[in-house]
Design a protein around this ligand. Structure first.
Ligand code: NAP
Length: 430
């Protein structure tokens, strides 16, 4: 028997497990810090994007195969170390994603009301770490920094009416807070221009169909229309959406303004953010931005920085600080230790990008470990955890948590998520 441990039960973890479980004579343990599986699907993908979240059914198919086991509520680093896992398993695969915000390195970034997207997204999606975030929604102005899909998710969630969350699994605390929100002006800052956005067309198009909010683009920021012909088709479609937003009058009560060539350089306020100081930029020949020295101020009681994520380093595991990911040779970190998904590549690509990545790392691991080295594997982990009084949450336990969440749902909602580890364990009678 060969034994593989995957740390992290998000898309990269389960796509890797899907490939591994097809081999014979293998036991795969998918370990997660939370008592609930699926990582970014549960706590990252926007709650109003249920069709994307539905991919968890595929992961469930993998989780229910005989040779895959979910080991929830076990913290690698606290309950068991990486070295111990490497000693117990033929291969340990880090599929820990990139849950930390890339730091916004400007003066005032530590003021109240300045929040990273990991925290804000975790808050509305019920991640236990961010249930108490309580973002201030009492001022009309919000600045969202970044021109990626996360910035779009954040702006859209801030702009939606309670009715527009029908059918979503947004958690109750966020739904209630957003229903009473005073937010009226959302400014999305991009340090480069419309041709350099990292947003995708479907997500941009959604902004054009919001009940009480209109997206707006200043036509002066757009390059000549003929230049769009040089763009790849997806990007061209996105820019077409931006062009359509130039025609929007201020007819709706909430505005979402795209502010291009706009680089935040300081955040000001007395304990809590009140203003964002923005510097105009221009692009160099290599399309990087630099400041022009011209600045202006935007009023904001909440600033959400959506400038990308990074993987938290693990002591003793080689790490690339510039890229915010583990240092690996195509996935091989050290003998017996691998990385997959965002932990390997950095935080880019969609959920589906992890499918070929997981398949490739799964095949690489199978090739590397051969028939296995007779390691202790699963029984060894169980003995170690028992000696430390750690009782893992099984996949069957998770199904009971899920049933309780579904049973608590009202108004046709798919589920009412538990937002604390205590509540999840209480549902199991622990
Ligand atoms: P992203 O796509 O990498 O976008 C980050 C944005 O932040 C870029 O516009 C970048 O501008 C900007 N930025 C970086 N550092 C900055 C700074 N210091 N000051 C100002 N702006 C800065 O990251 P993301 O939005 O977090 O998304 C992560 C991944 O998840 C992406 O692959 C995304 O497509 C995916 N995702 C997909 C969906 C979906 O499919 N529905 C939803 C959410 C996320 P520059 O280009 O100038 O560096």
């Amino acid at each position: 028997m060969r034994h593989v441990a995957i740390v992290g039960s998000g898309p990269a973890g389960y796509y890797t497990a899907e490939t591994l479980q097809k081999a014979d004579d293998i036991a795969v343990d998918v370990i997660d810090r939370l008592p609930v599986p699926y990582g970014l699907i549960r706590t990252g993908v926007a709650p109003d994007h249920q069709s994307i979240k539905a991919v968890s059914r595929r992961y469930e198919g993998t989780a229910l195969t005989d040779n895959v086991r979910f080991v929830g509520h076990v913290s690698v680093g606290t309950d068991v170390t990486i070295d111990e896992l490497v000693a117990l398993y033929d291969a340990v695969i880090l599929a820990t994603g990139a849950p930390n915000d890339r730091p916004l390195d400007i003066p005032g970034a530590d003021l109240g009301g300045v929040i990273g997207s990991a925290a804000f997204v975790g808050w509305y999606n019920g991640h236990p770490d961010f249930a108490d975030l309580n973002p201030p929604l009492d001022a009309p102005g919000v600045v969202v920094i970044g021109n990626g899909n996360v910035a779009l998710d954040v702006a859209r969630i801030l702009a939606k009416t309670p009715g527009e969350f029908a059918g979503s699994d947004i958690v109750a605390h966020a739904r209630d807070a957003l229903a009473g929100s005073a937010v009226r002006h959302i400014q999305i800052l991009g340090r480069r221009g419309p041709h350099q956005i990292a947003m995708t067309p479907k997500e941009l198009g959604e902004l054009g169909h919001l009940e009480r909010a209109s997206p707006r683009v200043d036509p002066a920021d757009l390059p000549p229309e003929g230049d769009d012909a040089l763009l790849e088709p997806g990007m061209r479609k996105s820019v077409t959406h931006l062009r359509s937003f130039t025609a929007n009058p201020v007819a709706k009560p909430v505005t979402i303004d795209f502010d291009f060539f706009a680089m935040p350089v300081a955040l000001e306020g007395d304990g809590r953010v009140q203003r964002v100081i923005v510097e105009r930029t221009t692009l160099d020949a290599d399309l990087t931005s630099h400041g022009t020295g011209e600045t202006y101020a935007l009023d904001a009681g909440l600033v959400i920085s959506c400038i990308g994520y990074q993987t938290p380093p693990i002591p003793g595991v080689p790490y690339e600080h510039g890229r915010g990911r583990f240092a690996s040779d195509e996935g091989r970190i050290l003998p017996g230790l691998y990385a997959v998904g965002w932990a390997r590549r950095g935080p880019s690509g969609t959920i589906g990008t992890n499918k070929p990545d997981g398949a490739r790392i799964g095949e690489m691991v199978l090739e590397d470990i051969g028939r296995g080295a007779g390691k202790a594997g699963r029984p060894g982990l169980d003995a170690l955890l028992a000696s430390r009084d750690v009782t893992p949450v099984t996949f069957r336990d998770w199904r009971r948590i899920e049933e309780a969440e579904v049973a608590a749902a009202l108004d046709g909602r798919p589920r009412e998520k538990f937002t604390s580890i205590e509540a999840m364990l209480t549902a199991l009678g622990r």
